[in-house]
Design a binder for this molecule. Structure first.
Ligand code: ADP
Ligand code: MG
Length: 702
């Protein structure tokens, strides 16, 4: 039944369920699931974040605040305080000094054994100075010493990534248990051919895992933590390989499907000839790449990356016309209403003179207009549709969708992108797909996260673009900045004032823009000031943008709704408030709204001191750099791949062991190994994917 809502099955993973481990009941299992641990194998692949050397006991008299230490001492007394927050205090002495342990969460049992006078405890934790002036540890790891307690060991103790309600002690115990099963050779079979391991100088998996969870006495914690240890690299390598295999398989599956071949270039050619400008060499090259793909009876899967302003929309329009020429349909999906509107306006202006109608569909469209739009799409009366993700909702049916174009890909997760392929399916055929992004994906990332896509790059901006001079200024120089706006507008130019996200809520963000607009109107009474934000009724917002575009407004105060798409060549000044809160990619996108005309443009990044070191680094990159690719590269170095790909929040595509920056050198080897494995050991592909990724939910496969 089509309409039936199916729950995505949990990813099928390698190994027995985690509940086979002693002491794991439903509650603990749930907590472990939050860490992504579903099976006993997962426990083995949940590697320590760092290690502590607990080879020595520090005398309390030697303790210093801010240092992690281990002590052994006698309990001299304990109490539960109820002044303010309830907590358990436990006082210790070892003859050289006294130390207090503080617990905010404790069970009656804990209270019992921690509170027994004359009990001997071994505690590990960070030392702090308490309000009273003494020393304390908050929630240290404690164990009671008795005759059977082994002496401290001189080997690195693993510290695992944890979550609320999970103790290191528990995680360590589970790892130990799973290692026992590993020793019995029931977990983690070796899937990599010995020749490959020898060539890469990597150890077998069982050996690697054992070493990382239970490092021998002579291992330096620093080497283990650096990620350069062969044991860690072995696992990173296998994980990268599994991702390669998974994407490769996905790509092959899609490639095996049929797609409508879109040949001929009459209409598309006429469109290009009638444009008021000549295509750049890069645009021509990319269009040829796309045309060649579209002519095939297999679905195109192409990523088009091009810096802000490189002219991706024209390329999209020309590609869409190929569908029209062949009597089929094309859809262009944008991540926001505003950008969808902008595309709709652009495409209409370009295509209507050619007799091609462009439909429009967003979540805001209701009632009769919506019904009509849906009907015209379903019958094929209209051949090009522009909209938001509303385009791909259940109710939308296309007569024959031959090309799906997704703009600003970085706003959509990898998962959504893949789900889209399914959505556009009709009559056993799969539409061609073009993914456009203005956040250039650094090569290393492209190779891993987008291994299922071919890539085209617009590496050239249309002629006449001038780099935007960028400066950062503290809030205290607001007055100067306002004067600057006055001068620019007096000279007939236009300006943007951007109020980005300060609060997590869109409503507050819009309110901030409203307040800023009022204040600026007071200070700049001679200017015509407009306001555009996501909470304004569509018509009001559109009117403000249209007026700005027509030159009827001097200054446009906006939220980040203008981040993508807005195109006003006469605007040559942009002020971005709270710039320190924004990411590099977003700032670069925003700045891309200016520098589109003949006048030199400037961008002022207003920040509120003090600047964190990271924010300082971000703003510096923007001052120095104008090339989106270089910015993306530095962004990757500053933030790490999960953030850059926008997948951190969704948890998608996150790597468990490998680090795309640190393990870059393994990527090529993983690609090569993927080829070999697919050829020589196809039966090992599935188990490797199951081990690292699970099967099913992850990539929206059906
Ligand atoms: P983006 O790649 O950021 O989406 P757009 O497609 O919005 O860029 O193009 C930015 C602006 O450049 C638009 O006004 C567009 O009409 C214009 N443009 C695109 N290609 C060219 C070209 N070859 N020569 C001149 N202007 C161009
Ligand atoms: Mg664009």
């Amino acid at each position: 039944m089509e309409s039936q809502v199916r729950e995505a099955p949990p990813p099928a993973r390698e190994g027995p369920p985690i509940t086979v481990l002693r002491g794991v009941g439903p509650r603990l299992a749930e907590r472990l699931r939050r860490l992504g641990l579903h099976t006993a194998t997962d426990v083995l692949l949940h590697l320590p974040l760092r290690y502590q050397n607990r080879g020595c006991i520090t005398a309390i008299g030697q303790l210093r605040p801010g240092v992690e230490a281990q002590v052994e001492a006698l309990v001299t007394g304990s109490e539960v305080t109820t002044r303010g927050r309830r907590f358990l205090l436990c006082h210790l002495s070892d003859g050289t000094g006294v130390l207090t342990l503080r617990f905010f969460h404790f069970s009656p049992a804990q209270r019992q054994w921690l509170g027994q006078p004359d009990a001997r405890l071994r505690c590990f934790g960070e030392v702090r100075s308490s309000y009273g002036g003494g020393l304390e540890m908050i929630h240290p790891e404690c164990r009671r010493l008795d005759a059977d307690t082994p002496p401290v060991e001189n080997r690195p103790t693993p510290i695992y990534p944890a979550t609320a309600g999970l103790r290191q002690f528990t995680l360590r115990g589970l790892a130990e248990q799973a290692l026992e099963q590993l020793d019995a050779a029931t977990l983690l079979p070796e899937w990599l051919p010995p020749a490959l391991l020898a060539q890469l100088q990597l150890p077998p998996i069982a050996e690697a895992v054992r070493l990382l969870h239970r490092p021998p006495a002579d291992t330096a914690a620093a080497e283990l933590e650096s990620g350069r240890h062969p044991a860690r690299r072995r696992l990173a390598f296998e994980e990268l390989l599994a991702h390669q295999l998974s994407l490769r398989r996905l790509r092959e599956r899609t490639r095996r499907q049929a797609a409508p071949p879109l040949a001929g270039d009459g209409l598309s050619q006429r469109f290009v000839e009638r444009l008021p400008f000549t295509l750049t060499a890069a645009q021509q090259r990319v269009l040829a790449e796309i045309a060649a793909d579209l002519a095939q009876p297999r679905p195109m899967l192409r990523l088009l990356q091009g810096d802000v302003g490189s002219g991706k929309t024209v390329v999209a329009a020309a590609a869409a016309l190929r569908a029209v020429e062949n009597g089929a349909q094309a859809a262009l999906m944008a991540p926001t209403e505003l950008l969808a509107e902008q595309h709709h306006r652009n495409l209409r202006a370009w295509l209507e003179p050619l007799g091609v109608e462009v439909a429009w569909l967003t979540g805001r469209l209701t009632g009769k207009t919506r019904r009509q739009a849906l009907e015209r799409l379903a019958t094929g009366a209209v051949r090009i549709a522009v909209g938001t993700h509303a385009l791909f909702q259940e109710a939308v049916a296309f007569a024959e969708l031959a090309l799906a174009i997704v703009d600003e890909q970085h706003r959509f997760g990898v998962h959504q992108r893949l789900a889209l392929r399914e959505k556009g399916r009709f009559g056993g055929r799969c539409p061609h797909q073009l993914i456009m992004t203005a956040t250039p994906i650094p090569r290393t990332l492209a190779m891993s996260a987008y291994a299922d896509l071919d890539t085209s790059t617009l590496d050239e901006l249309p002629p006449g673009r001038l780099p935007v001079t960028t400066v950062a200024a503290p809030d205290s120089r607001r007055d100067e900045v306002i004067e600057r706006i006055r001068r620019a507008c007096r000279d007939g130019r236009q300006a943007y004032w951007v109020c980005p996200l300060i609060e997590e809520s869109e409503a507050l963000q819009c309110q901030a823009a409203t307040v800023a607009a009022e204040q600026l109107a007071e200070r700049l009474p001679e200017l015509r000031i407009g306001l555009a934000h996501g909470r304004l009724p569509g018509a009001a917002k559109e009117a403000a943008m249209a007026a700005f575009k027509a030159g009827a407004l001097d200054l446009l105060v906006a939220t980040t709704v203008i981040e993508v798409g807005v195109d006003v060549p006469n605007a040559s000044l942009m002020i971005i408030e709270n710039a320190e809160r924004l990411g590099l990619a977003q700032l670069h996108q925003l700045r891309g709204r200016i520098g589109r005309g003949a006048t030199a443009s400037s961008c002022v990044l207003l920040y509120r001191p003090p600047l964190s070191r990271a924010a300082h680094a971000r703003l510096a990159v923007l001052r120095e750099c104008h090339d989106g690719f270089e910015i993306a590269r530095r962004d990757l170095a500053l933030r790490g791949p999960g953030e850059v790909l926008g997948t951190r929040q969704t948890g998608e595509q996150s790597l468990r062991v490998a680090d795309l920056l640190r393990d870059q050198d393994l990527l090529n080897a993983a690609r090569y190994a993927a080829d070999r494995l697919l050829r020589d050991h196809p039966e090992r592909v599935e188990p490797l994917i199951r081990r690292w990724i699970g099967v099913g939910a992850r990539y929206g496969e059906v």
